[in-house]
Design a protein around this ligand. Structure first.
Ligand code: ASP
Ligand code: MG
Length: 392
């Protein structure tokens, strides 16, 4: 039985209306009729998590993190029960389970919880009864019995981790795009759909801004060598397979991040800030700025760091990042800077490592820089495993 379990995750737009939920139900039934046991993970209907967040902020700008998780987790309960009802109406046995009913145990970190284990007994019992099991994405239960959420986009992580614990062969993530692209196609129209991408490259893409998959889910998939197939619930195209594979040898993609803040100061102050970020488990990148030392944090993290920064002589800028993922063979960062300078784009600072190059720039230059870099480093990478089809 274990070999035939398929985990399918449907994102917010895929379950965004009753009509769409019906289309999902039909897709799930097709998989079941192929002889598989099906476990479905759903996100909240599109816009719902934001709506709940806004309600909370009308009460308090910093509401209690425990109660916020109780509230935000409600969105997934709506879509899971509607899908179960739809399947039942279509004549199939289905049951929906919340994170805690499905045995998803997390650490205590509200809003950014990590899954620490899954007791799959409840799911397996239901599968053995021949039911389609629907699990609420994005949520779990802490050891102290509180509802937790996994961070925005966390339903991917629910699905991939469940697939691992259930021994499924593959996890399918259905979303509103038909796969992983070499860059955000809304910014770079020449972006290409990748047929396959290696775990490590996908981890870097997610870490440096690609939103298509939640970072912890790719990390889990890599550790357990579990392939993830990213597919569109609106088109029958093949999608992208994320799997163990060697890097193609060149730049695989260009990842973009907005809403970052660069803090520059002397080395000593920056060391202190980095220590503070580590202590609070905030995401932080160290960068080389002109003559100074700097760190980059997200706007949200900056709010948390404000107290510490207050006392120090620091300079704060709004920035965005554009990152080349994969071995870029950049002869030097200066060559890239020169290329961008031809279009009057100035790089504020950069960080380099073997597997990626991240550059920071003022927000107004991001889209143009992304197009130039994609054109030179991705479009000309013959080694890339990409679909022939281009987005138009
Ligand atoms: N509903 C949550 C969000 O909007 C989780 C998810 O969709 O993956 O972020
Ligand atoms: Mg998502």
């Amino acid at each position: 039985m274990t070999d035939s379990i398929i985990v399918q995750k449907f994102g917010g737009t895929s379950v965004g209306s009753i009509d769409r939920i019906r289309a999902v139900a039909e897709q799930v039934i097709k998989t079941k009729e192929h002889g598989h046991s099906v476990v479905v993970v759903v996100s909240a209907m599109s816009g719902e998590t934001n709506r709940l967040q806004v309600l909370a902020n009308q009460v308090d700008t910093l509401p209690s993190s425990r109660e916020l998780d109780v509230l935000l987790s409600a969105g997934e309960q709506v879509s899971m029960s509607l899908l179960a009802m739809t399947l039942q109406k279509l004549g199939h046995d289905a049951v929906s389970l919340t994170g805690w009913q499905a045995g998803i145990q997390t650490d205590e970190k509200h809003a950014q919880a990590r899954i620490i284990g899954i007791n799959t007994d409840a799911i397996n019992q239901q599968l053995q009864l021949g039911k389609i099991v629907i699990v609420a994405g994005f949520q779990g239960i802490t050891e102290q019995g509180n509802i937790s959420t996994l961070g925005r986009g966390g339903s991917d992580t629910t699905a991939v981790t469940l697939a691992g614990y259930l021994g499924a062969k593959e996890c399918q993530i259905y979303t509103d795009v038909d796969g992983v692209y070499s860059c955000d196609p809304r910014v770079v129209t020449a972006a290409r759909k990748l047929d396959t991408i290696g775990f490590q490259d996908m981890i870097d893409m997610a870490k440096y801004g690609a939103k298509v998959l939640h970072l912890p889910c790719v990390e889990f998939a890599e550790q357990h060598n579990l392939p993830i197939r990213v597919l569109s619930s609106f088109s029958p195209l093949q999608g992208t397979l994320v799997k163990a594979q060697e890097s193609s040898g060149g730049v695989v993609g260009v990842a973009l991040r907005r809403n970052l803040m660069q803090i520059t100061s002397n080395n000593e102050t920056i060391d202190k800030l980095v220590a503070q970020c580590n202590e609070q488990e905030l995401e932080v990148f160290r960068v080389l700025s002109k003559d100074q030392s700097g760190v980059v944090v997200s706007q949200v993290d900056l709010a948390k760091l404000m107290q510490v920064i207050h006392e120090e002589a620091v300079h704060i800028d709004d920035v965005c990042s554009v990152s080349l993922i994969g071995r870029s063979n950049l002869s030097s960062i200066q060559a890239l800077e020169a290329l961008l300078a031809e279009d009057d784009i100035e790089i504020v600072s950069h960080s380099l490592c073997e597997r990626h190059t991240m550059m920071l720039l003022a927000p107004e230059y991001l889209d143009k820089a992304a197009n130039i870099i994609h054109d030179v480093y991705v479009d000309q990478n013959e080694l890339l495993s990409v679909s022939k089809r281009r987005v138009s």
